[in-house]
Design a protein. Structure first.
Length: 182
């Protein structure tokens, strides 16, 4: 599950809504503009895009609102900072079928990833050593499908949640991946 956070122009409280494929494509197309404003009125999303010489407005009708879906931070979560670009680039190379075991060791800053077929392995360096050993198995197809189009942020965080879920987070975005039930 991928969650993105954007400020709303109007003073309403935070809202969670389903992003259609059309909305996802439109947001990707306007990412080059420096000024993007979102407002919600009567279950419609109004997107305004501005630059010094261009203005675009687009209305998406009939938003599907949902309850907030997130997992609270906990003292037992293990957090490591990683290179955002390298993390996303690495997932482009993983085989789509099978699973990937993600391992942290308190002995080193190296995060290892091993595919279930044994043919693919990867390592990513964290900024600091974790405080404990953790291992988590995720579906490679799911991870490969959500770790695309990463933000242009130098570092992001991997959070091994106390409930067994892997969370990746950056400034305005979070990705949650549930472990494989094997």
């Amino acid at each position: 599950m991928r969650v993105s956070y954007y400020p709303l122009v109007t003073g309403c409280e935070s809202v969670t809504f389903e992003v259609s494929d059309a909305l996802r494509c439109f947001i990707k197309k306007i990412s080059a503009w420096p000024e993007v404003k979102l407002s919600i009125e009567n279950k419609q999303l109004n997107i305004s895009v501005e630059s010094s010489t261009t203005a675009i407005q687009y209305v998406f009708p009939s938003l599907q609102f949902h309850e907030d879906a997130y997992i609270e931070d906990h003292n037992d979560d293990q957090i490591v900072a990683i290179s955002t670009v390298e993390w996303f680039n690495m997932w482009n190379t993983v085989p789509p079928k099978g699973s990937v075991t993600v391992c942290l060791s308190k002995q080193t800053k190296v995060i290892t990833l091993n595919h279930s077929t044994g043919r693919w392995k990867s390592a990513v360096i964290a900024r600091a050593k974790p405080s404990r050993d953790i291992s988590l198995v995720v579906d490679s197809c799911v991870a490969k499908s959500v770790f695309v189009d990463g933000p242009e942020q130098t570092f992001s965080e991997l959070v091994f949640k106390h409930v067994g879920v892997l969370e990746w987070r950056a400034k305005n975005e979070k990705i949650y991946i549930a472990p494989n039930e094997e």
